[in-house]
Ligand binder design. Sequence first.
Ligand code: SF4
Ligand code: SF4
Length: 299
Amino acid sequence: SAGSGDLPPDVWEKVKNHPCYSEEAHHHYARMHVAVAPACNIQCNYCNRKYDCANESRPGVVSERLTPEQAARKVLAVASEIPQMTVLGIAGPGDPLANPDKTFGTFDRVFKAAPDIKLCLSTNGLALPDHVARIKDFKVDHVTITINMIDPEVGARIYPWVFFRHKRYTGKDAAKLLSERQLEGLEMLTQAGILCKVNSVMIPGINDDHLVEVNKAVKSRGAFLHNIMPLISAPEHGTVFGLSGQRGPTAQELKALQDKCEGEMNMMRHCRQCRADAVGLLGEDRGAEFTTERIESME
Ligand code: SF4
Ligand code: SF4
């Protein structure tokens, strides 16, 4: 990922305090996620809705669901105890933009009470073009889109359906619609000067070779960082690739693919696939210190 030497100053300003966008920052700055967004507008074959969205977070984890009021209170409590906490992200447990009232309701409260906290969100991208204006209003500088394919043939093997404007789409139509919306949203963010990280879940035998094409496509549309994450195979949690389940990539396969893409753009290699309610520096989770009971007693 990026260092201070190779970036224009205005971009470095946005990167230097964000632990996911700068490998240097991740030793010094903390982020927190609040799990306010339960619903989703698509189905990924690797997902079971009861657990965190695999687009950003490690799947198979049950995060603590909060209302926007509870979430904002928790953010302020954490900020008062962990001064390195510079970023609030909303990453699930479903899709933040499939729950716009909850996501933006949380942003609104935090933005008013603690304007120094940077807001960040991750999405599957289906609803993204409809929300770019609001994302700008909250001065969000960082958005993550999960893009696993640009080819509907590949997409049809990953997404059984998407739900868009009161209609359910399946097969290649679903994948084509999702891909168009993702790339349109990415271009809109780039034009608005918002840094965009693309997450891709590497699924052996499904999209592993294809992710090199995805890397080129997102780079040409202005993505800042590409984070290729391994599928975490969890058949007991309902990953439904075939009867025998779907394996995740080996560490060597993942690294080989990241190396293949490295010449093209900045690759993120320090992602920890954090929980949708993670708190603290990357790799540590202090979420358990901030229970609802404790936060209420702090007021
Ligand atoms: Fe699950 Fe996230 Fe995919 Fe929605 S976008 S189906 S929550 S993995
Ligand atoms: Fe950063 Fe990855 Fe954790 Fe998101 S899941 S907060 S990108 S380290």
